[in-house]
Design a protein around this ligand. Structure first.
Ligand SMILES: [Zn+2]
Length: 93
């Protein structure tokens, strides 16, 4: 499985190209891997891994994702890392 930075880049590409919508999931179903291909890292989700079937609000489409890829997708969707939150710069308290 690719490193986290590579996964984040794939997520950003998928968001930019519209392959994954920014509207967020309507429903997420989890289970064990069934040999489907992950829509983000494009690897087969093995039987020993957690597979999520994510249905999006846009167009009723669903995608199969690794649990880890999904969490990175959610993170990038909500907090695009292009914005680069500078840590420690806002310590006002
Ligand atoms: Zn994946």
């Amino acid at each position: 499985m690719p490193a986290e930075q590579q996964l984040r880049e794939k997520v950003r590409q998928a968001l930019r190209s519209g392959r994954l919508p920014e509207t967020g999931p309507e429903r997420v179903l989890g289970g064990l891997g069934s040999g489907s291909r992950c829509a983000i890292c494009e690897a087969i989700i093995a039987a020993g891994e957690i597979e999520l079937e994510v249905r999006f609000r846009t167009g009723g489409s669903s995608q199969t994702l690794h649990l880890r890829c999904f969490s990175i997708f959610e993170d990038e969707r909500r907090h695009p890392s292009g914005l680069q939150l500078s840590s420690g710069a806002r310590e006002g308290a």
